[in-house]
Design a protein around this ligand. Structure first.
Ligand code: NAD
Length: 310
């Protein structure tokens, strides 16, 4: 099949691309490289089934040309930084809402299936139970708000036009190719601090928990959702099914507690105290379950950071 992957030079996107190419599909990546990197897709450059187009999902004209001969569009392109979204909500609206609108419009004209990558950040606070897809929604940042708006827009195209649309909601994803500077994910940031002999900074008291999903498990979930007819019109979570407090994550990564420091949170109002995924629906609908343990995932991530960035 011909698959268009927006944001395919990004962290999760490049793993989706890898999986699709491994499965023998033709893949076209559109990315403006605003947060993705050419190195992330370097290994695919010589593959005749791979094409890269530098471009912006906000560019309507470009979208029109891009959608020729596409069977499925996996839309991962988004502005993704929660803190930055609080400081610059306009960009988040433009990229995440208008960009998705452009994708949906072209998909509607050419009857192309759209797989949207949503986020677990759209859910309301949960005290103890795992979050399933019925959990109340309550976006706490313009990032989450714009991602939810994009999901709603996509679902409205499913209902109004019968456009085949799938909404995936991965929980916190980590692994090789995730940035390990302050814009990156917590696992990569902690591992990099460990390798560089630096202090690991934990925001606030560190009791906030995250459900950490290894990126190849995440990519497999998204690809399964893209090809399974049962997923059309559905919203589906993916996570490991276990959560870990950030302060415990720091200890797991760096055994030396002297090197773990608690620092003030920049935007405590947007902090989510607990994130634990119930992925029963993904298992029932797609037969998907995560395979990689935290220990294995950390090792793979550490190996990559050592080889790529230090
Ligand atoms: N990383 C996570 O933990 C996580 C969890 C849940 C959902 N998500 C979602 O997964 C998707 C991918 O996230 P990621 O962590 O890989 O981030 P990422 O920033 O590495 O990937 C996003 C890609 O989109 C590209 N992009 C941004 N704006 C664009 C535009 N206007 N036009 C074209 N390309 C553009 C970036 O250059 C980047 O390559 C996002 O939709 C994000 O909301 C991420």
């Amino acid at each position: 099949m011909n698959i268009l992957v927006t944001g395919g030079a990004g962290f999760i996107g490049r793993w989706i691309v890898k999986r699709l190419l491994d499965d023998g599909h033709d893949v076209c990546v559109l990315d403006d490289l605003s947060n993705g990197r050419a190195e992330n897709i370097e290994e695919f450059r010589d593959n005749p089934k791979f094409e890269f187009i530098l471009g912006d999902v906000r560019n309507k004209e470009m979208m029109e040309n891009l959608f020729k001969d596409v069977d499925i569009c996996i839309h991962t392109a988004a502005a993704i930084n929660v803190q930055e979204s609080i400081e610059n909500p306009q960009r988040y609206y433009d990229v995440n809402v208008n960009g998705t609108f452009n994708i949906l419009e072209e998909a509607r004209k050419k009857d192309v299936k759209v797989v949207l990558i949503g986020t677990c950040m759209v859910y309301d606070l949960s005290s103890s139970e795992a979050i399933n897809e019925e959990h109340p929604l309550n976006p706490k940042s313009p990032y989450a708000g714009s991602k939810l708006a994009a999901e709603n827009l996509a679902l409205s195209y499913f209902h109004a036009y019968g456009l085949p649309v799938v909404i995936t909601r991965p929980f916190n994803t980590y692994g090789p190719y995730q940035k390990s500077n302050m814009e990156g994910g917590v696992v990569s940031i902690f591992i990099r601090s460990l390798l560089e002999g630096k202090v690991l900074n934990v925001f606030g008291d560190g009791t906030q928990t995250r459900d950490l999903l290894y990126v190849e498990d995440c990519a497999e979930f998204i690809v399964e959702a893209a090809f399974n007819e049962k997923a059309v019109g559905a919203v589906i979570n993916a996570g490991s099914g276990k959560d870990i407090a950030i302060k415990d994550l720091a200890v797991l990564i760096c055994k030396d507690v002297e090197r773990i420091k608690h620092v003030k949170h920049h935007h405590p109002q947007s902090e989510i105290p607990k994130l634990l995924c119930d992925h029963t629906k993904a298992k029932e609908l797609l037969g998907w379950e995560p395979k990689i343990s935290l220990e294995e995932g950390f090792e793979k991530t550490k190996k990559w950071i050592k080889s790529a960035e230090l």
